[in-house]
Design a protein around this ligand. Structure first.
Ligand code: R5P
Length: 295
């Protein structure tokens, strides 16, 4: 259990729901943004022993600078154990140097978080070449929860006998988890990305004609992965294409592009607040915080 949940004002809705679910007090960290972009942060003057901080890392760079300050400040103010509850954990996709000289952001961000927090609880992190969150956080405890089963259940109840499809082989883990409870037909495609918004998807060798298909993925950013898959599915005769993702980043014109591609519904978890949120990760996070990982 934890004694106090901290959050920032822009995530107070999710934080209030989580604090209610675990029956613990919530305090909002006060933040002043100086004209030059620096942040002044104010925590409660005295903190209890077991503190958790809710901070999602969508649009991560400024937030990381604030975490770098909040974590040691919390310890100075009395926190003995510090858990980061990070519904969306950024920088997980850069998990190898794809060309010489590229920083392996996953490794370096993991090391930084491990130096600030005792444990990190997150949802559907993009773990592909690394198997567990413990490996991401050297010497500390990481816990990866998944919203995939919730999205699979939603899809089963809102589409007719859908096929669940991952746009790339990295999505296999989420598609399997989403399909399991209702024993839905499922598969994965092959993706080739040549730029931020340039994506080609080769569909799985399955019969999609006349079928309702739900695309399942961990995260939608520009939406171009889902657009490419949806267009290919409709060309192959799918009756409808819906989209269900854990993390609804949907940057820029992503939603308009999905609509233009013929996507019927866009569904997501509330790990990132978005108009498409239909399932809540609060019960998952609450269960994890009641029995936090120990070092
Ligand atoms: C990467 O493999 C992820 O699982 C997503 O498929 C990807 O990040 C989506 O990015 P975008 O929406 O920009 O195509």
């Amino acid at each position: 259990m934890i004694d106090l949940l901290l959050c920032f004002d822009d995530e107070s809705v999710l934080a209030e729901a989580l604090a209610r679910a675990i029956g613990c007090p919530l305090q909002v960290i006060e933040r002043h943004r100086f004209p030059d972009g620096e942040s002044k942060l104010k925590l409660p003057a005295v903190l209890p022993a077991r503190v958790a901080l809710l901070r999602g890392l969508q649009q991560p760079n400024d937030k990381l600078a604030e975490l770098m300050i909040v974590a040691p400040a919390a310890r100075e103010l009395g926190a003995r154990t510090l858990t980061l509850v990070c519904p969306y954990l950024a920088y997980m996709r850069q998990d190898m140097a794809f060309s010489p000289g590229e920083a392996v952001s996953q490794r370096h961000l993991g090391a930084a978080l491990a130096s600030w927090f005792d444990s990190v609880v997150t949802i559907d992190p993009h773990l592909h070449r690394v198997a567990t969150m413990d490996e991401v956080l050297p010497g500390k405890r990481g816990l990866a929860l998944s919203a995939a089963a919730l999205l699979g259940d939603w899809a089963a109840r809102h589409a007719q006998q859908p096929i669940l499809l991952g746009p790339d082989d990295e999505a296999a883990q989420w598609v399997h988890a989403a399909a399991a409870a209702h024993r839905l037909e499922h598969g994965t495609c092959v993706k080739r990305r040549s730029g931020d918004r340039e994506v080609a998807v080769t569909l799985a060798d399955m019969d999609f004609s006349g079928r309702e298909v739900v695309l399942i993925d961990d995260v939608a950013s520009t939406g171009r992965t889902l657009v490419a898959a949806a267009e290919a599915l409709l060309r192959r005769g799918a009756r409808s294409v819906d989209v269900a993702v854990t993390h609804a980043l949907f940057v820029g014109d992503a939603c308009q592009q999905l609509a233009a591609a013929g996507v019927r519904h866009v569904w997501s978890s509330d790990s990132v607040a978005h108009v498409s949120n239909v399932v809540s990760v609060v019960p998952l996070l609450a269960a994890a915080l009641r029995t936090p990982p120990t070092t």
